[in-house]
Write a protein of this length. Structure first.
Length: 52
C-alpha cells in the first residue's frame, strides 16, 4: 500500500488541517503531490526510521 493511500484511509485532510493549524490546504496538496512523485524515497525513509 502506498504511503499516501494509507494516510488517506486513516485521516482526512480536514482533520490534518485541524490538528496542524499552521498548515494550509496548499501545504497538504504539495505534500500529497510529493508523495506521489517520490514513493521510493518515502518508503526508504520509513524503513530507515522503523529499523532505528
Amino acid at each position: 500500500m502506498k504511503v499516501n493511500h494509507f494516510f488517506a484511509l486513516v485521516v482526512t485532510r480536514l482533520s490534518l488541517l485541524k490538528c496542524y493549524p499552521h498548515l494550509s490546504a496548499a501545504d497538504l496538496a504539495n505534500a500529497w503531490a510529493y508523495a506521489e512523485a517520490h514513493p521510493e524515497e518515502i518508503e526508504a525513509a520509513i524503513k530507515k526510521i522503523e529499523q532505528g
